[in-house]
Design a binder for this molecule. Structure first.
Ligand SMILES: [Ca+2]
Ligand SMILES: [Ca+2]
Length: 151
């Protein structure tokens, strides 16, 4: 992943990235670089009069928005017996975004419905809660399939 290049100025080192990093795989690296002179074998034991110098390097990988939200459950089935009070919360859908911070925020939206003009349901953008927001006008069996998008 990282190599230390000491070929240039003998008093400096450089770290070179040799493969792609992904914060979702590993978000932090901790390196220890030892410096010792040419006459001292390495590694030296702790009683050596010329112990190697140590340099600690901590690397924190920042996030890029490279993941889209994914629904853990893709089909919710809700069955209710009328009457159902208006404003009843029916279900909470959840999608997970592997990124962090703003890159990991998920927003829900009602994308389509098999009864597009029913006006019965509202999806909360932040929480994914689906709420009944209008009274049923029919006692007959009623079915509506909502498609909810997460972005
Ligand atoms: Ca990311
Ligand atoms: Ca994301």
């Amino acid at each position: 992943m990282l190599v230390v290049d000491t070929s240039g100025d003998s008093y400096s080192i450089s770290l070179q990235l040799v493969s792609t990093l992904d914060r979702e795989v590993q978000d932090r690296y901790s390196l220890t670089v030892f410096a010792f002179d040419g006459e001292s074998p390495f590694p030296q034991n702790s009683s050596s009069p010329f112990p190697p110098a140590e340099l600690q390097i901590e690397i924190e990988i920042s996030d890029v928005n490279d993941n889209a939200p994914v629904f853990q459950i893709t089909d919710y089935y809700i069955e209710k017996t009328i009457p159902i009070d208006v404003n009843t919360y029916l279900a909470q859908v959840e999608a997970v975004d592997a990124d962090i911070g703003l890159n990991g925020q998920v927003e829900y939206a009602l994308e389509s419905s098999t009864q597009p003009n029913s006006g019965l349901f509202f999806v909360y953008p932040d929480s994914g809660w689906v709420q009944l927001v209008a009274p049923f006008s029919s006692n007959a069996n009623y079915s509506e399939t909502l498609t909810i998008a997460a972005k």
